[in-house]
Design a protein around this ligand. Structure first.
Ligand code: MLT
Length: 410
């Protein structure tokens, strides 16, 4: 009999979102009449922008004719999409990237996980707490950790608590770590990092030869001026940071699948013998071997996000979600809840009332209001006592959910 990867057995529970799905299924089977509103997983509800659909259709039509048919594309992505991103997504931020530094993929969740392939197991890794569970769990899966303790902290990882007291901004580690995951705007807390704060991280990384994994999946939801949308807006970041971006939330591609990872050519890491090697070369090698690229129609659809028409349409949808965020935030604040996020991020992070635990509050809202959110403790021990609502719902559902919660708490 084959031996399995024992490290998987260290994982404490099922992956958070399927676990929520299981509980909701159980509830709806027992209560078929309940009209359940799902604001748990951050899945989009609004259709793709018309300009994006149009490009998608045209690209599918290209595949029907021998002269425009496309087979395997470049593993790194088509130049038309990479160049569009360089010009339209990065240049306006004052960031100049080479086409060899951008890698198109099927989403940033996969890339955040796959990136571990090119790093040695003995790296000391720091993650925030609470955190997008993929960062934690994939480190467990590859065998970088020991078992979890009673609280859920895995031995071998450095956890950076993000609490109400520190404004959900993790302190820079006192010790030297080799890799730090940062996510801004933050999932799950909705917090953002100012230029000054990000510069401190970059300075720390440069001083300690640390690599920053910067997850910018929610940059499109920043509404306040002056907040960096890319880590490369900070001087020095091109020598210490990998950035992940996604079309999922920005343009409604959660089902379509497209993301990108930036690995600057100047970003180096050490071999076991102490020599330096460019991580870009390794990531390129990894992708060429394990990945066959994103489909041509999807990349055409993604490029259309940045057309004048597409961009205007996508911005309308983002504004729609951010209005949802405002309705949730203000509606629940008025009801006396302590509420964070929802200004530069599509997530509202609220404190469960009366000292309830996250899962108790989850069960209460599910059974009494038929509203599904995400228990904060599912994102890590410091999320205990918190609860996350997603602003990606349909407007009527958002209004109804806020109404139900307010009535319940009154
Ligand atoms: C979330 O709800 O945190 C996200 O939708 C999960 C993801 O992007 O994979």
């Amino acid at each position: 009999m084959a031996f399995l990867n024992d490290h998987y057995l260290k994982l404490k529970a099922g992956y958070l979102f399927p676990e929520i799905g299981r509980r909701v299924r159980e509830f709806t089977e027992a209560n078929p009449q309940a009209k359940v509103i799902r604001l748990g997983i951050g899945d989009v509800t609004q259709p793709l922008a018309p300009a994006v659909i149009d490009a998608f259709h045209k690209a599918v039509d290209d595949l029907t004719r021998p002269d425009s048919f496309m087979g395997y594309g470049p593993e790194q992505g088509y130049e038309f999409l990479i160049n569009t991103l360089i010009e339209k997504a990065y240049k306006p931020l004052g960031v100049s990237l080479k086409s060899s530094e951008i890698f198109i993929s099927d989403g940033s969740k996969c890339d955040c996980a796959n990136i571990l392939d090119i790093f040695a197991l003995n790296n000391r890794v720091a993650i925030c707490d609470p955190v997008y569970p993929v960062y934690n769990d994939t480190n467990v899966m590859v065998g970088r950790t020991g078992e979890a303790d009673d609280k859920g902290y895995y031995k071998g990882l450095v956890y950076l608590p993000c609490t109400e007291e520190n404004g959900f901004a993790p302190a820079i580690p006192q010790e030297k770590v080799d890799i730090v995951y940062l996510c801004y705007p933050n999932n799950p807390t909705g917090a953002v990092a100012s230029r000054e704060v990000l510069q401190q991280w970059v300075d720390y990384a440069l001083a300690n030869e640390t690599v920053l994994f910067f997850d910018a999946a929610y940059e499109a939801f920043i509404t306040e001026p002056g907040i960096p949308r890319s880590i490369y807006e900070l001087p020095g970041a091109e020598q210490c940071a990998i950035e992940f971006r996604s079309f999922s939330k920005t343009a409604g591609f959660t089902g379509v699948r497209c993301g990108l990872t930036v690995v600057p050519e100047g970003l180096l890491a050490r071999t076991g013998d102490g020599e330096t090697v460019a991580l870009n070369t390794l990531w390129n090698r990894r992708q060429s071997t394990k990945f066959n690229g994103v489909s041509y129609p999807v990349q055409k659809a993604a490029a259309a996000v940045y057309s004048d028409e597409g961009w205007a349409q996508v911005q309308e949808t983002i504004a729609y979600y951010m209005e949802n965020a405002r309705l949730i935030r203000e509606g629940l604040q008025d009801a006396g809840l302590t509420v964070y996020g929802g200004i530069n991020a599509p997530y509202i992070w609220l404190k469960a009332p009366g000292g309830m635990t996250s899962w108790d509050f989850f069960d209460k809202l599910l059974s009494e209001c038929h509203v599904v959110g995400t228990p904060g403790s599912g994102f890590g021990p410091s999320g205990e006592g918190f609860y996350r609502l997603s602003a990606f719902g349909d407007r009527d559902n958002v209004i109804e959910a806020v109404k139900r919660i307010r009535k319940n708490l009154a």
